[in-house]
Design a protein around this ligand. Structure first.
Ligand code: BGC
Length: 754
């Protein structure tokens, strides 16, 4: 296609078979070209944290090549830094462009409903606000290079168990507020060129053939105009999927489903306009890609790109590291007597396993990087093996010997590739037993222990952390993580990562515990909107480390919280300002978090919800002002009865803090919106009648009163308490009710008008 070819004109020139052929892949990663009309081949390749080029032959027979392995999403999210993530996206976009890849399959913004989800390393957070905004940043970055992103997996794909069939049973409010919200934010903010539907079913219907999801919500409500692609192999019924709004099936179906579409159109079962609609979206994407190739931001190569991107990967990884605990042992003095223990220091885990696995351009080994900063001959012992969770007395004895001769032990612990991967969920969140056994012995032999964790999903720390002086949560940090860890250990970088997910005391404390991963093909999201910190805060339960937590080598003080509200109803708006001062001795970065506690209303709501965040640099002794804007939607909930977003009037609490459990400043603001209007009908319960303005007075007027007290027998407070649930129409039929059943409609009208 030439850049000025109009997709709608091209559609009219295509035959029915050609049109059908454009709605499915040619191979694993490519679509079909139509040479006579210059419709190009589109090339997809996995992300989200680097380019995964396969040796499938689809990339013009190129052999599989290496790409920069940036920190996976679990780590990226801990940076809480949208600008930095956008830079990662741009670097991935540049590598994609250079490799001839047109669409990068990521980011994934599915919510971490349970720490057990085997693919949590590939997702951002337990919170939709954070996931949505950080996902948007990655999309913006990738697309700035004229390469498309694919926002995945739409929707409610929060587990690997039975992922191709399981039906996520979720109520609409929970869908809207939690599981769809991250997609909504990312789509509205960054307009991804493609959205990938998930494998699973949502309330009984495959996501790939869900008209409500793919058309009513995604397009009609959110205004999305891009292309919906299936997850690889997610199409169950091609005709139903096309009707529902799934434009492109990937990978190739060998022509089978193209023929099905042709037949359905010819038989009159599928209106051709529906096929045209999807073809048009495909051609628009092709047009964007052709234009992208010519775009002035086109990456112009340069021989040192791997080097520059590796440096970026290191800089980013250092921002993702979360200092969970520190008694002052960190940062380390390079001249101190240090021993490094743990196979993971020598054999680092860069990323999770499955479709997102990138072949790195090079790997920084933590042990080497630590030695570079300190004694080049600094002692090391493996302590445990990674292949299986089996104790090895020789390795343990050697580790104890090495540790006992040092002042500080830096112990690497974590999960291995076999513990977590796409395709299956974990069954527990403990570290391997062989590592925990080693930890206990080291804690006895050497009182100063710094633990460095490598894990894609959350691990339990409650059972051992008392024995550690400092803990660094390193997640999976990509190919340059080794250098980043050394930078943080020795204080060349002041840690600024914050938890994007709660570390619970026990798996049993998590909200989805009794409903994960479901059974008999269904998983019930029984905890509703109370996911992650929303649950822990609602039950006021202790956690090991809360959402948003992370320490620094400096200290920040918060002051001067100011809120100013303006507008009313849907224009209601609040400006929030606060000042953060670095009262320590080192430059550092703070992640200022804004939570909103909604006004009390008719439905049960989380105690606080993240509605803003800002990562700021502050020099010692200096102060920085942060400013947030809140709109009507930030105070709203999804009202399933009214079928829309609803905001209640009242006093909301605005909290600014350093984690969901470390609120430093708070104040309240009046939410200036009209009260929810409840319409009264003759079938409304008595309690609703009397609660309605004018309702009690109307009933008093229309009901005969008892001779004794001048009040109808059903209108005493005591009776209302016990009989308030009765619909008025039924009460009116009771003997002696004193209410004419024929006037109820008129009475309801009067009350509704009052
Ligand atoms: C994964 C997707 C991935 C696709 C292509 C699927 O199994 O769920 O995330 O993009 O494969 O590799």
């Amino acid at each position: 296609m030439t850049p000025d070819a109009s997709p709608s004109e091209v559609v009219t020139e295509l035959t029915l078979l050609e049109k059908s052929s454009l709605t499915s892949g040619a191979g694993l990663w490519t679509t079909k070209p139509i040479d006579r009309l210059d419709v190009p081949v589109l090339v997809f390749s996995d992300g989200p944290h680097g380019l995964r080029k396969t040796a499938s032959g689809d990339l013009n027979g190129e052999p599989s090549t290496a790409a920069t392995c940036f920190p996976p999403e679990v780590a990226l999210a801990s940076s809480w830094d949208a600008d930095l993530i956008e830079r990662v996206g741009a670097a991935i976009g540049a590598e994609a462009q250079a490799a001839g890849v047109n669409v990068v399959l990521g980011p994934g913004v599915n919510i971490k409903r349970s720490p057990l989800c085997g693919r949590n390393f590939e997702y951002l957070s337990e919170d939709p606000f954070l996931s949505g905004h950080l996902g948007a940043a990655l999309i913006r970055g990738i697309q700035s290079l004229g390469v498309g992103a694919s926002l995945k997996h739409f929707a409610v794909n929060n587990q690997e168990t039975d992922r191709l069939r399981v039906s996520a049973e979720v109520d609409e409010r929970t869908l809207r507020e939690i599981y769809l919200a991250a997609f909504e934010i990312a789509i509205k903010e960054a307009d991804p060129w493609t959205v990938m539907c998930s494998y699973n079913r949502v309330n009984g219907t495959y996501a790939s053939e869900h008209p409500w999801l793919l058309t009513s919500v995604l397009r009609d409500e959110w205004g999305y105009t891009g292309l919906v692609v299936s997850d690889w192999g997610a199409v169950n019924d091609r005709v139903a999927a096309l009707r529902a709004g799934l434009d492109l099936e990937m990978p190739s179906s060998g022509g089978t489903t193209d023929a099905e579409l042709v037949r359905a159109v010819e038989d009159g079962d599928l209106p051709e306009e529906i096929l045209d609609r999807s073809v048009l979206r495909f051609l628009r994407l092709a047009g964007q890609i052709v234009e992208g190739r010519l775009s002035p931001t086109k990456w112009n190569g340069g021989s040192d790109t791997p080097g520059r991107h590796h440096d970026l990967a290191r800089q980013v990884a250092a921002q993702c590291v979360v200092l969970l605990k520190n008694d002052g042992t960190l940062p380390l003095d390079p001249a101190a007597s240090i021993a490094v223990i743990g196979e993971l220091a020598r054999t680092p885990r860069l990323q999770g396993a499955g479709s997102s696995e990138v072949v790195p351009t090079r790997v920084d080994v933590p042990l080497d990087e630590i030695r570079r900063h300190a004694d080049p001959a600094l002692p090391f012992a493996a302590g445990y093996g990674l292949e299986e969770d089996r104790r090895d007395p020789e390795l343990e004895a050697e580790a104890l010997r090495v540790a006992s001769q040092a002042d500080v032990v830096v112990l690497f612990m974590g999960l291995s590739a076999q513990d977590e991967s796409e395709g299956f969920d974990r069954t527990h969140i403990r570290l391997p037993d062989n590592q925990l056994a080693l930890f206990d012995q080291l804690a006895e032999a050497n009182p100063r222990i710094v633990v460095v964790l490598s894990n894609g999903g959350v691990v339990q720390v409650a059972d051992w952390e008392a024995g550690a002086n400092s803990i660094i949560e390193g997640w999976l940090l990509g190919q340059a993580g080794g250098g980043a860890i050394a930078d943080v250990l020795f204080g060349h970088v002041n840690p600024s990562g914050r938890l994007a997910e709660t570390i619970p005391l026990r798996l049993e404390d998590t909200a989805s515990y009794v409903n994960f991963p479901g059974e008999l093909g269904q998983v019930r999201y029984g905890e509703g909107v109370f996911v992650g910190y929303r649950h822990h805060d609602a039950v006021d339960g202790p956690v090991s480390y809360p959402f948003g937590h992370g320490m620094s080598y400096t200290t920040f003080a918060y002051s001067d919280l100011l809120v100013a509200s303006s507008g009313s109803d849907q224009k209601f708006h609040v400006e929030v300002r606060a000042t953060v001062t670095n009262v320590g001795a080192r430059p550092g970065q703070e992640v200022v978090q804004l939570y909103v506690a909604p006004p009390p209303g008719p439905i049960s709501r989380p105690r606080r919800e993240l509605r803003g965040f800002a990562k700021i640099d502050v020099e010692p002794g200096a102060s920085t002002d942060v400013r947030f804007e809140l709109g009507w939607r930030d105070f709203a909930y999804y009202d399933v009865v009214a079928g829309g977003w609803q905001c209640d009037p009242g006093r909301a609490v605005i909290e600014v803090g350093a984690s969901s459990r470390d609120i430093r400043l708070s104040t309240s603001v009046d939410v200036d919106v009209p009260a929810r209007s409840v319409s009264i009908t003759p079938d409304s319960p008595l309690a609703e009648w009397v609660a309605h303005p004018g309702g009690r007075a109307a009933l008093n007027r229309s009901m005969t009163t008892s001779p004794g007290n001048g009040v109808n027998q059903f209108l005493t407070d005591e009776r209302i308490r016990t009989l308030g649930g009765f619909p008025l129409r039924r009460l009116a039929r009771f003997p002696g009710a004193g209410l004419d059943p024929t006037v109820l409609d008129q009475l309801a009208e009067e009350v509704n008008r009052s």
